[in-house]
Design a protein around this ligand. Structure first.
Ligand code: AMP
Ligand code: MG
Length: 432
């Protein structure tokens, strides 16, 4: 049985990220609807759908400076610093206003000594000026402005290129496009982007007892809940699930499903059939199809049986995860090992690893101490401090019911049998 850290090293090293040449596609920054229709409320409903949550597959540079022009950061007056540098309340500078420049307008005049331009936030600085005096520090008299306080040189001027110089890297490859990145890309008119294609993750459930939720239950049957939970998590991890249904505990059926899955996906996930029962065939079939088994079981609770195998491929190995069938064990092993693997494969340069948060246990947490134990429950913040509340009822890998609302797995390392209430515990954060 592998330790968690050995298993984690093996698994995360098996996964090779998508390739910046072959595994990319071009997407529009926004949807076509926005470009054609303008920002109507209707087009908002799918605005940003194309590029949001995608991962950049090449760095972005621009030939534009930002700001694009010297412009004012205030409503006030654009002046020549030399005209106002030593003025004060008793000795104000008096300047003639020769132009008014709202945002979006190209200034017409060159400001001479003794002159100023009325200017508004975001408006282009007129030639001859270098400084803005905010309107609160002035008094207006007809077409003259009285400057009562000396500004600093270049005060309230956003200089062209002060935030970004054309030709430099604007955004690096391998980052997830969220609202702030989309704002940057829109500002620079990057309307088409090279992103990684979504990883393809084939998924099927094994078990003669399984049925889909729409079928009446016959004695002994249970609903295949794992597949729906896992498909949701696959989507949330940025991948595209390929749903291959329920496969019977028959070697031929399993062989056919696995062969199809490895030919069509980057990662394959099955649940069930990886224990030591008479109907647990997955491992022998993986080997018969040329798979190399890297992991059989890991010292975790829940989730001990986890099969990880690879199939060689021209580009990168296809990684197979045979998850345990018990619903909690299936999800815990997904969160702990599979989700980071999918995110690494998807091209994310950073932040694909599991995230742990230190929290105070609200109740005592127990473990047998022999395997790394995950207690599922809820992570919340109280007075700025994270707290962890274990899910009520039995913590049993078949107890699907108290898994609802889980957003954290408290970790009890090997050798720890008890974490008392109010003590600190590491909690694996779960996006669910
Ligand atoms: P197995 O790993 O195939 O021995 O299954 C372990 C337990 O999990 C059994 O009680 C199964 O009925 C249950 N189980 C297996 N697959 C699923 C599934 N897809 N959805 C819900 N429960 C499952
Ligand atoms: Mg089974």
């Amino acid at each position: 049985m592998l330790s968690v850290s050995d298993a984690e090293n093996i698994i995360f090293n098996l996964v090779q990220p998508l390739n910046t040449q072959q595994d990319t596609e071009l997407v529009d920054l926004l949807s076509t609807g926005d470009a054609l229709l303008g920002l109507s409320p209707w087009s908002y409903s799918f605005a940003a759908a194309r590029s949001a949550d995608r991962i950049l597959a090449s760095e972005v540079t621009s030939q534009l400076d930002f700001p694009h022009w010297d412009n004012s950061a205030m409503d006030g007056y654009a002046v020549r610093y030399e005209d106002v540098y030593n003025c004060n309340e008793h000795k104000p500078a008096v300047l003639e206003i020769v132009e008014e420049i709202p945002a979006g307008v190209q200034p017409k005049s060159t400001i001479q000594s003794g002159q100023a331009a009325r200017i508004f936030t975001g408006a282009v600085m007129p030639a001859g000026t270098d400084t803005v005096v905010m309107q609160e520090r002035t008094r207006r008299e007809g077409n003259r402005v009285i400057i009562l306080t000396a500004p600093k040189l270049q005060e309230f001027v956003r200089k062209r290129g002060m935030y970004y110089r054309a030709g430099k890297q604007l955004l690096p490859s391998g980052i997830l496009l969220k609202a702030s990145e989309i704002a940057v890309l829109a500002a620079f008119q990057c309307t088409q982007l090279k992103v990684f294609r979504r990883p393809r993750v084939a998924i099927f459930s094994t078990g003669d007892e399984l049925v889909t939720p729409d079928k009446p239950l016959q004695p002994g049957q249970i609903v295949d809940s794992n597949r729906y939970a896992l498909a949701t998590l696959i989507r949330q991890s940025g991948a595209e699930p390929i749903m291959l249904g329920i496969v019977k505990d028959k070697p031929e059926a399993l062989k056919e499903a696995i062969a199809y899955a490895i030919a069509h996906a980057d990662i394959v996930i099955s649940s069930g059939g990886v224990s030591v029962g008479d109907y647990d065939y997955v491992e022998q079939i993986l080997e018969s199809l040329g798979g190399k088994i890297h992991v059989r079981d890991i010292a975790t609770k829940p989730g001990k049986p986890l099969t990880v195998a690879t199939f060689e491929n021209d580009v990168r190995p296809i990684v197979y995860f045979g998850l345990p069938g018990n619903p909690v064990a299936a999800l815990v092993t997904f969160w702990r090992f599979v989700q980071p693997a999918i995110k690494k494969l998807s091209g994310l340069a950073q932040g694909w690893e599991p995230v742990y948060i230190k929290a105070l246990a609200r109740q005592e947490l127990c473990s047998g101490g022999k395997r790394e134990t995950y207690v599922w429950g809820q992570l919340s913040v109280k007075n700025g401090v994270y707290e962890f509340q274990p899910a009520g009822g039995l913590q049993n890998s078949g107890n699907l019911i108290n898994l609802a609302q889980t957003n954290g797995l408290a970790v009890l390392p090997v050798g720890t049998t008890l974490i008392a209430a109010k003590e600190q515990v590491q909690v694996l954060q779960i996006e669910s």
